[in-house]
Design a protein around this ligand. Structure first.
Ligand SMILES: C[S@@+](CC[C@H](N)C(=O)[O-])C[C@H]1O[C@@H](n2cnc3c(N)ncnc32)[C@H](O)[C@@H]1O
Length: 430
């Protein structure tokens, strides 16, 4: 069978970012695979379809900041039983893509599937692939769920089964620069998607006053510097038999050159971060260094005492401590940056062991800081707490549902102009 020039790709992303991802994929195709075939496809809940050659698939892996993976569609057919799924997987020419000496992992996602056991169906897909390879090559691949060479994804709806070969390997939010995690870091692709939703553009001041391990800062700085998110990492497609190695070398060399050039940039990026925790700022510094970002303005500061870090107004972006996941620090007088009691210098102690009421005093003071000192700025706060605007005593101008892993969140937008103060404190939950 001859290699088709156009492949069908599906690119999953955090829910709520599908439109942002579709726009990003189209930009990547225009910028990095000029002239090569690329056809934008449908947006569906949880991802985006597109058609393109290998170059488009590789460029999406290397350059997409929002995608979770890039999956290559192998087959799709109606099914009614596990046996139908087995038969579909058995018919595919897996030997074209990988060898029996490589290790394999199979995952299944299902929405409204009538099948009783997804574990059993996963085993049937795995059996079919192994049976096919043994039939064609005389050997069966071994299974490795931790670090497989090759990953196959099956997606089941009520009536249809789609088989995908993963071209990413490790999920794409793993950029390779994060070694130091905070207690509740944001996934890199969610942070990048949020940056796009805010409409922020390089050159406009960007400030994260609760920056933690620096995810928003690193993503924003890489955007400003034109550093590809995947410049330093490996991808699943590098282990597949069929991929365009010449095109890949071209894409990768250009990305590494851009990253090297970024390190020498001396112009100020107007990206600022602060956090009450010195430990977190150390982690942010180390992460930014590995992300190839020249040094940024980073300060240890209670967010209630923050003042604009730039003369021109810009964008504030943060995910404040979540009631469920992490504790607000600095309950002392406003501006007190000491770490007290059980929080002192210990990030494990920093995790909540129980769910408390939100820290009302902190959010009232944070709202005051925004209202009184940040007129002209636009603040975007990601939280799972829908009563945040009421707690801040600010009226949101927009709220966007987003998922941080399994946690349903809202991205609240506050346009900080005179009169944005709520007349009466109260939650504005939906
Ligand atoms: C949910 S985490 C933010 C995670 C961050 N976006 C990241 O990717 O690592 C909340 C952050 O708020 C910080 N924080 C808690 N109380 C604070 C306060 N009063 N002032 C400033 N930062 C505070 C914590 O130290 C923590 O880093």
């Amino acid at each position: 069978m001859s290699t088709p020039s156009l492949f069908d790709f599906f690119v999953p992303c955090p829910r709520g970012l599908e439109a942002a991802l579709a726009a990003e994929i189209a930009e990547i195709a225009a910028a990095h695979v000029g002239g090569a075939p690329f056809v934008a496809g449908a947006q569906v809940p949880g991802g985006v379809h597109f058609q393109g050659g290998w170059a488009a698939g590789m460029a999406a892996n290397l350059h997409s900041r929002i995608a979770s993976r890039v999956l290559l569609k192998i087959a799709q057919r109606a099914y009614r039983s596990e046996q139908d799924v087995y038969a579909l997987a058995l018919e595919q020419s897996w030997e074209r893509w990988f060898a029996a000496t490589q290790t394999l992992r199979v995952d299944i996602t299902a929405i409204k599937s009538p099948l009783k056991s997804l574990e059993f169906t996963t085993l049937r897909v795995k059996d079919a692939i192994c049976d096919r390879l043994r039939d064609k090559t005389g050997a069966r691949p071994s299974i490795d769920t931790a670090q497989p060479d090759v990953r196959v994804f099956a997606f089941l709806t009520a009536t249809e089964c789609t088989l995908y070969l993963d071209t990413s390997g490790e999920p794409l939010f793993k950029r390779g620069w994060r070694l130091d995690k905070g207690a509740a870091p944001l996934r890199e692709n969610l942070a990048a998607g949020i940056l796009r939703l805010t409409g922020w553009a390089p050159g406009t001041p960007l400030y994260d006053p609760m920056c933690g391990s620096g995810t928003f800062l690193a993503e924003a700085a890489q955007i400003a510097l034109g550093v590809a998110p995947g410049a330093e990492r490996r991808f699943g497609f590098e282990k597949l038999k069929q991929y365009d190695i010449t095109a890949w070398q071209g894409l990768k060399v250009a990305a590494l050159d851009a990253k090297r050039a970024a390190r020498t940039r001396r112009d100020a990026l107007a990206i600022y971060g602060s956090d009450i925790s010195g430990d977190m700022l150390e982690k942010a510094r180390a992460n930014l260094e590995r992300a190839g970002v020249p040094s940024l303005w980073l300060k240890q500061l209670d967010a209630r005492a923050m003042t604009p870090p730039s003369d021109a107004p810009g964008v504030i972006i943060a995910n404040p401590p979540y009631g469920e996941r992490i504790e607000v620090r600095g309950r002392g007088p406003r501006g007190d940056t000491r770490e007290t009691g059980r929080n002192r210098g210990n990030d494990d102690a920093f995790r909540r062991t129980h769910v408390d009421a939100p820290d009302g005093e902190f959010f009232i003071a944070l709202g005051d800081a925004l209202k009184q000192r940040f007129a002209g700025w636009h603040a975007f706060l990601l939280t799972s707490d829908r009563s945040l605007p009421g707690q801040l005593r600010l009226r949101e101008s927009a709220k966007t549902p987003l998922y941080n892993g399994a946690l349903e969140c809202r991205l609240f937008r506050f346009d900080l102009v005179a009169g944005s103060v709520k007349s009466k404190a109260g939650a504005s939950a939906e």
